[in-house]
Design a protein around this ligand. Structure first.
Ligand code: PGA
Length: 258
């Protein structure tokens, strides 16, 4: 089994309310067992509410997105990486397929967001994944590699070079498995995770062994254990099941037990 510390991140998407969040967070804190890194990513407006409750504890705070612009300015509606740090975030999800598909985020924008997040001291959770048509057409690896290479090239060209990848987490999220109840089989996930690690190894073998690659897409308590048991799957990025404390903590337990 790998030395990589497992991670389970909950992407709440556009769900929650002040009252509901309180109960969810208390449930997660009460049920979380040590042995995995746990991250909660509520909507922006609730980050500052949750930060004091999570400060100094076992559960980290993350945002779901960040503005690509590195400096404050006239960007109505945007939230900067510095602001996310200011309210206590450690992580930020970047390039989620819903941002790519619904809000037109290109690989270039995703790469800029990664660099902006890193420059502010945030750790990006970088999402890649193919659509169903891509998989059916045998283009899974081509699509994943294009998305991944955009980020790797931007990092390689940046001041710190590819070593900054050790501050990043990757997430493989096949789009056809997100919110559909249709999970990738453990073997399908492992194949793409190994492919991702291989692409990174082409540039830096040491970093490829230490970087965590999460799986996301309809992870539930009933399938988490076998997914997380695969050699290159280092935990999960959880949508729907992160909104129910009992399901989320069961998934955390599965990551710890792997
Ligand atoms: P899901 O979402 O667990 O609801 O499929 C995963 C994600 O979009 O990160």
């Amino acid at each position: 089994m790998s030395q990589r510390h497992p991670m389970v991140a909950g992407n709440w998407k556009m769900h929650g309310s002040r009252a509901a969040n309180l109960a969810l967070v208390e449930g997660v804190l009460a049920g979380t067992v040590p042995g995995a890194e746990v991250v909660l990513c509520p909507p922006f407006v609730y980050l500052a509410d949750l930060a004091p409750r999570l400060a100094g504890g076992a559960v980290q705070l993350g945002a779901q997105d960040v503005c690509a612009e590195p400096h404050h300015g006239a960007y109505t509606g945007e939230v900067s990486a510095d602001m996310l740090r200011d309210v206590g975030c450690r992580y930020v999800i970047v390039g989620h397929s819903e941002r790519r598909a619904l809000y037109g985020e290109t690989d270039a924008i995703v790469a800029r967001k990664v660099l902006t997040a890193l420059a502010a001291g945030l750790q990006p959770i970088i999402c890649v994944g193919e659509q169903l048509e891509d998989r059916d057409a045998g283009r899974t690896e081509a699509v994943v590699s294009e998305q991944l290479e955009a980020v790797l090239s931007a990092l390689a060209d940046s001041a710190n070079g590819l070593t900054a990848l050790d501050q990043c987490v990757l997430a493989y999220e096949p789009v056809w498995a997100i919110g559909t109840g249709r999970t990738a089989s453990p073997e399908q996930a492992q194949q793409v995770h190994a492919f991702i690690r291989g692409r990174i190894a082409n540039r830096d073998a040491t970093i490829s062994e230490s970087v965590r690659v999460l799986y996301g897409g309809s992870v539930k308590p009933g399938n988490a254990r076998e997914l997380f048991g695969m050699a290159d799957v280092d935990g999960g990025l959880i949508g729907g099941a992160s909104l129910k404390a009992d399901e989320f903590v069961a998934i955390i337990a599965a990551a710890v037990a792997r």
